[in-house]
Write a protein that binds this ligand. Structure first.
Ligand code: NDP
Length: 673
C-alpha cells in the first residue's frame, strides 16, 4: 500500500483524514491512498511566495535553465521505476514512454531554449524599441519580469508525469514557484516523480510543492501575483475559474479542457495512396494510445463521403488486430482506462453518441480483456461509430475520454471545416493530404477554431511527430470548449508566468533598464580599440568611430571585376541613371560592407575569435564615386556562451561624409574572456 504524501512547507505529510483510495486500473486492487484534510493552504502559499520565489528570481534565466537540465538528466536515470509504477494506471509500455519520456523531453527543450533564447541578466525583452518623436529622445519597449506569486498547477489523471512537467518547465524557467496538484487517480506516479526531482538536489526549497488530494481553500487565498493552470474537465474548469478570489484579484487562469478533435482525410487520398494508409494509422494510434485518454485524441474522423466505407473497413481491420488487456502481458497493445469510474463514464458517453450514430465496429458485447490479472472493470473495448455529421449533434459535444471515435462523410473541404468547427473549439485538427491547395484551404478554414493544425503526407510522415503529440516548441491549447488557454509554444509559455510591462523613457534610461544598446543613448566612455578588449571588459554602449575612406570609380570597377558582380547599376552610367533609386553608378552594397570591415577591424591577434554573422542589414542610401564612408561600431548586446567566451552583438552604422547613415546592420562576433 503506497502512502502518497504531500510536500508542503519543506516537509512531507502522510495521507491523513479525508484520504482517498487509489486502485490498480488492471486488477482493481487498492494500492494507494492520497489526500489530507489537514492542509494549511496559507502556509503552503507563503512558503512558495516567501521562500521559493525570491531564490528562483535571483538565479536568473541561465541558472534556472541549467536546473531544468539537471532535473531532466536525473529523471532520465530513474525512468524505469516510473514506467513500472505506471503499469498500475492501466497504460502499456508505449503509453508510459509518451508520459515519462515526453515529460523529460519537455524539460530538456525548455532547458536548451532557456540557455539559447533568454538573456543572461536583466528582464526578458519583448519586441523592439518604439520611438514617439522625430528626434528619437523618447521611446518605449516591453519587458517581462517573473510574477512574484505562486503558480498552482491542477493536473489531469491521464499524464501524471508529462502533465506536471509541461507546466513546470516554463514556470520554473520564468522564475515562479509551483504548487502541483495531481489528479488523485494517478497521484502516486506524480508523487514518485516529485520525490525524484527533490532528491536531485537542484531545486531551491519552496520552488516545488505537491498537494495530493484536495486543495482545501488554496484557490480562495490566491492573489494578484498568482497563476492557476488547469487541465481536466470543462465542468471543473468552470467551477474553479469562477472562484471569487480569482475573479476579484484578476488571477490568470489557463484552462485546457474537453476537446473533440477531428482528423480530415484529403479528397485526393484514394485507398491506394500513402496518405490513406497514413490516415488510418494515425486514427488507430489516437484511438488506442493511452486507451484514448488523450486530450488530443481523434474523436471525429472526417472523410470524403465516397470513402466512408473504405475507411471504416481499414480502421476496423487494424482495431481487430489490437489486443486489449493487461499491459504487462506480451502482445497487448491497449491497456485499461485509469479507473472503473472512468470506464463507466466513457461507456455512458458512448451510449449518448450511440443514440444518434451507428456502432460499426467494437463495443462491449462479447468483449473481455486478455491476461490473468485483468479484471474487466476499467477495460473498455474500442468503439467505432458512423454518423451523419449534419443530423448528429451529440457527436460534436460529447467527449468520451476513451477509445471511442466516429466516422463522418463530408462533401468538400468547406464542409469538413464546418463540421470540425461544430466542436466549438478544439486543441488540434489534422489534415492528411498530398495536395497543397487542399492543405491551404483546410488550414484557413480550421485555424480560427483550433490551437494547432497538423498536416501530414508521404513527404513528412517519416519524421512527423503524430496528430496527438503536443511538442514543447508548439502552442498547446485551443479556443472555446478546449478551454481558451495556451500552454507550451517555446518561450511563449515562459511569458505566461511573467508580467509584460511597457517601459517608456529616454534611450539612456531604456538602455539602463534593458541592458542592451538603444539608438540615441549616449556613448559609454572607453579607451583603445574595442577588439583589444576581452568579453568581460566590453560594456554595452562603448563606441568605435573610424576614419573616413573615399570610394572611387576604380574601387567599384575593381570590386565588380574581382567578385564578378558587374550589375548595370555599378557599371553602366546611363542605365544606372534610368533606375529611379540611383543618381548614376553607385557602389555595391557588399563593397560597403567589405570596406566597413576594413575600417573597423583591428588586425592583430586578440580576443575577437570569429565573425558569426550579420543581421538586420539595410542599405539605406546610395554611395556614389567620390563619396567617403566611415563606420560607427557600438557594443549593442552581450551574451556569455561558455566560461571562456561570449557573443557580442555590435550595432554597425556606415556613415557618408554628410553624416547620413547609408547602411546599418548588427554584427555578431565571438569574443574570448
Ligand atoms: P476533473 O475535472 O474532475 O479533474 C481534473 C483535476 O481537477 C484533478 O486534479 C482533480 O483532482 C481536480 N479537481 C476536481 N475538482 C476540484 C476542485 N473542486 N478543486 C480543486 N481541484 C479539483 O477531471 P477528471 O480527471 O476526473 O476527468 C473527467 C473528464 O474530464 C474526463 O473523462 C475527460 O472527459 C475530461 N478530461 C479532459 C482532459 C483534456 O485535456 N481534454 C484531460 C483529463 C480529463 P482530483 O482528481 O483529486 O479530484
Amino acid at each position: 500500500m503506497i502512502e502518497v504524501g504531500s510536500y508542503v512547507g519543506g516537509v512531507w505529510m502522510a495521507p491523513g483524514e479525508g484520504a482517498r483510495d487509489i486502485h490498480d486500473a488492471v486488477t482493481g486492487e487498492r494500492i494507494a491512498r492520497a489526500g489530507n484534510g489537514a492542509l494549511d493552504a496559507g502556509a503552503l502559499l507563503e512558503h512558495g511566495r516567501r521562500v521559493g520565489g525570491p531564490v528562483l528570481r535571483a538565479m536568473g534565466f541561465k541558472a534556472r535553465a541549467k536546473m531544468l537540465k539537471a532535473l531532466a538528466l536525473h529523471l532520465s536515470g530513474q525512468k524505469e521505476a516510473l514506467y513500472e509504477l505506471s503499469y498500475t494506471t492501466g497504460g502499456t509500455a508505449v503509453d508510459h514512454m509518451i508520459d515519462v519520456d515526453g515529460g523529460i523531453g519537455t524539460l530538456f527543450v525548455f532547458a536548451s531554449k532557456g540557455v539559447k533564447e533568454l538573456p543572461e541578466e536583466g528582464p526578458l525583452l519583448d519586441g523592439e524599441v518604439e520611438f514617439f518623436g522625430k528626434a528619437g529622445s523618447f521611446g518605449g519597449r516591453h519587458i517581462c519580469v517573473p510574477l512574484q506569486g505562486v503558480a498552482v498547477h491542477v493536473n489531469a489523471f491521464n499524464f501524471p508525469v508529462w502533465g506536471m512537467l509541461e507546466k513546470l518547465a516554463p514556470c520554473l524557467l520564468a522564475g515562479v514557484p509551483a504548487v502541483v496538484k495531481p489528479a488523485t487517480a494517478t497521484a502516486h506516479v506524480t508523487e514518485a516523480c516529485v520525490r525524484m526531482m527533490l532528491e536531485a538536489g537542484v531545486l531551491p526549497e519552496g520552488a516545488l510543492q505537491l498537494v495530493t488530494g484536495g486543495l482545501g481553500d488554496t484557490l480562495d487565498r490566491l492573489g494578484p501575483q498568482d497563476v492557476v493552470t488547469f487541465t481536466g474537465s470543462a465542468e471543473t474548469a468552470l467551477k474553479l475559474r469562477g472562484t471569487p478570489a480569482l475573479l476579484r484579484n484578476s488571477v490568470r487562469f489557463t484552462a485546457e479542457q474537453d476537446s473533440l478533435n477531428a482528423s480530415i482525410l484529403g479528397p485526393d487520398a484514394g485507398p491506394d495512396s500513402p496518405e490513406f494508409d497514413l490516415f488510418v494509422k494515425e486514427v488507430h494510434r489516437e484511438m488506442t494510445a493511452k486507451a484514448g485518454q488523450k486530450c488530443t485524441a481523434i474523436r471525429r474522423i472526417l472523410v470524403p463521403e465516397a470513402r466512408v466505407d473504405a475507411v471504416i473497413e481499414a480502421i476496423s481491420a487494424r482495431l481487430a488486430k489490437t489486443v486489449v488487456g493487461d499491459p504487462r502481458e506480451e502482445g497487448v497493445r491497449m491497456g485499461a482506462l485509469v479507473s472503473a469510474g472512468q470506464a463507466e463514464d466513457v461507456l455512458e458517453k458512448a451510449r449518448v453518441i450511440g443514440s444518434e450514430a451507428e456502432l460499426v465496429y467494437g463495443g462491449m458485447e462479447g468483449f473481455s480483456p486478455v491476461g490473468d490479472r485483468a479484471v474487466p472493470g476499467a477495460f473498455v473495448a474500442p468503439h467505432l461509430f458512423r454518423a451523419d455529421p449534419d443530423a448528429a449533434r451529440r457527436v460534436h459535444d460529447t467527449e468520451a475520454f476513451g477509445p471511442v471515435s466516429t466516422v463522418m462523410g463530408y462533401r468538400d473541404i468547406a464542409h469538413a471545416c464546418e463540421i470540425a468547427a461544430r466542436g466549438e473549439g478544439s486543441l488540434v485538427a489534422s489534415v492528411i493530404t498530398h495536395d497543397p491547395a487542399v492543405a491551404q484551404e483546410a488550414v484557413m478554414g480550421l485555424a480560427a477554431w483550433h490551437g494547432r493544425v497538423y498536416l501530414n503526407d508521404r513527404m513528412s510522415m517519416k519524421e512527423s511527430t503524430g496528430h496527438g503529440a503536443p511538442m514543447p516548441q508548439m502552442v498547446h491549447g485551443g479556443p472555446g470548449r478546449a478551454g481558451g488557454g495556451e500552454e507550451l509554444g517555446g518561450i511563449r509559455a515562459v511569458k505566461h508566468y511573467m508580467q509584460r510591462t511597457a517601459v517608456q523613457g529616454s534611450p539612456e534610461m531604456l538602455r539602463a533598464v534593458s541592458g542592451v544598446q538603444v539608438k540615441g543613448a549616449p556613448e559609454v566612455a572607453s579607451e583603445g580599440h574595442p577588439f583589444r578588449r576581452k568579453f568581460g571588459e566590453l560594456e554595452v554602449g562603448q563606441v568605435l568611430q573610424t576614419e573616413a575612406r573615399e570610394i572611387t570609380l576604380e574601387d567599384i570597377e575593381h570590386f565588380a571585376e574581382f567578385t564578378g558582380d558587374t550589375f548595370y547599376a555599378h557599371m553602366d552610367e546611363a542605365a544606372a541613371a534610368r533606375n529611379p533609386f540611383f543618381p548614376g553608378r553607385v557602389a555595391h552594397g557588399y563593397l560597403l560592407l567589405s570596406f566597413a570591415a576594413g575600417l573597423f577591424v583591428d588586425p592583430e591577434e586578440g580576443p575577437v575569435l570569429a565573425n558569426t554573422g550579420l543581421e538586420k542589414l539595410a542599405f539605406l542610401q546610395p554611395v556614389v564615386p567620390g563619396d567617403s564612408i566611415s563606420v560607427r561600431l557600438t557594443v549593442a548586446r552581450k551574451k556569455r556562451r561558455t566560461a571562456e567566451h561570449g557573443e557580442v552583438r555590435w550595432a554597425v552604422e556606415i556613415l557618408r561624409q554628410d553624416g547620413e547613415v547609408v547602411a546599418e546592420y548588427e554584427l555578431l562576433t565571438m569574443v574570448a574572456g
